[in-house]
Design a protein around this ligand. Structure first.
Ligand code: NAD
Length: 361
């Protein structure tokens, strides 16, 4: 019997358990539900790296005061079509939807809006904010960084300088086109998943201090126990930026726009308390205000169909639009359950029991 075979948990069961964990950890019911719904949404989209695997770490951060329950994003600057908000280290799943809601509201008034958010707790899967804008019929572009999290070596280097600085663009076609990725070769959470016995990393995902390429999570985390939190501060190596000099350049820009510009700070230097926070610079565009909505949608949908009609490079292969793999997995996992690595499930169970939360059989 394969003892490392994934455990299948129903989406509702998992969402309920994670909600109860955050309630027991001091979040009110609405916030606990938001965090749980967001994390589960990442698993449903197939981004297990940003799903419930994060629960023990979020719980620890809350207990250590690095992330604070019950915060509201505070408006620091309000220019109508642009605004700067401070998340005050509140849960990202609370303050980032607030910033996005403000961007949507302002773009509906002015046609476009730019909203800068700083000092947000981990905002998780950035694509969920692009989805929020898509539901409102808006295009959105999100540059994100992680202040205090230096994990990624720039093109040509072996030392950590960037965060995994994600980037997302959402386009409200039917179905929507949604690009959402870390600018690192792999998201840190994918190293976390691999360290828990999950999907192995590509051979060139990480780099050792001497420049050797590596797929071994120990390069990032150093020594770690089979079950329990991993700490990237213990490793000597780095994740590599994706896409050679071009991806590395996009990561650089995410740091400058989401970190330096918002005032939340770039990836480094690292907060002495080890606290990390996301910054996000979001641009919202309303096609209706530009007067191009009908033509734009038709042209975009025709174009997507034409791109997808491209001859595949392998027999039986298929060209997909950004967002398609996530939509397909979501339907499958809602129907069949969410697969979790046994170690991931075990660490959630331990975390729940530590808080006196009953775990379903
Ligand atoms: P990834 O490498 O899986 O890339 C995902 C993107 O590529 C999606 O847009 C997807 O639709 C597209 N895609 C995947 N396969 C495709 C195919 N065959 N054809 C066409 N398009 C395809 O993502 P990642 O870099 O591992 O990022 C995972 C998640 O981590 C993202 O949701 C990101 O927002 C999140 N993240 C968050 C933070 C943070 O600080 N909050 C940091 C890093 C990453």
């Amino acid at each position: 019997m394969d003892t490392n075979a994934p455990v299948l948990i129903g989406a509702d069961t998992l969402e309920d358990l994670v909600t109860r964990i955050f309630s027991a950890n001091g979040c009110d019911a609405a916030e606990a539900g938001r965090i749980s719904h967001h994390l589960l949404g990442a698993n449903l989209a197939g981004h297990d790296s940003h799903g419930v695997v994060r629960v023990p770490r979020y719980v620890e951060w809350q207990q250590a005061g690095y992330v604070v329950a019950g915060q509201q994003a505070e408006v620091v600057t309000d220019g109508g079509a642009f605004a700067l908000l401070d998340g005050h280290y509140g849960f990202g799943q609370t303050v980032a939807p607030q910033a996005t809601a403000m961007g949507i509201e302002r773009a509906r008034q002015h046609g476009t809006a730019v909203v800068a958010l700083r000092n947000a707790g981990h905002i998780g899967r950035v694509g969920s904010y692009a989805e929020q804008a898509i539901e409102a019929g808006l295009i959105s572009i999100h540059f994100v960084n992680v202040a205090g999290s230096v994990l990624v070596a720039p093109f040509g280097g072996t030392e950590r300088r960037f965060s995994t600085a994600p980037f997302s663009i959402g386009v409200p076609t039917d179905p929507p086109v949604l690009l959402d990725f870390a600018t690192s070769r792999v998201a840190e959470g994918k190293v976390l998943v691999a360290s828990n016995g999950g999907k192995p990393l590509p051979q060139d995902a990480l780099v050792e201090p001497d420049g050797r390429l590596s797929a071994d999570p120990h390069t990032l985390y150093g020594e770690y126990p089979p079950i329990g939190p991993r700490n990237p501060a213990n490793g000597l190596g780095a994740i590599r930026a994706f896409g050679e000099h071009k991806g590395s350049g996009l990561a650089f820009m995410c740091e400058l726009l989401a970190g330096a510009f918002t005032g939340g700070g770039c990836s480094g230097p690292v907060d002495a308390r080890g606290r990390i926070a996301n910054g996000m610079l979001s641009i919202f565009i309303s096609p209706r205000h530009f007067g191009t909505e009908a033509g734009f949608r038709q042209a975009a949908e025709d174009y997507v169909a034409w791109v997808k009609s491209c001859r595949p490079d392998t027999a039986g292969g298929e060209v997909l639009a950004p967002g398609e793999p996530e939509a397909r997995l979501r339907a499958e996992r809602l129907a069949k359950g969410v697969p979790l690595q046994p170690d991931t499930w075990e660490s959630i169970v331990r975390c729940a029991r530590g808080l006196g939360v009953t775990v379903p059989n």
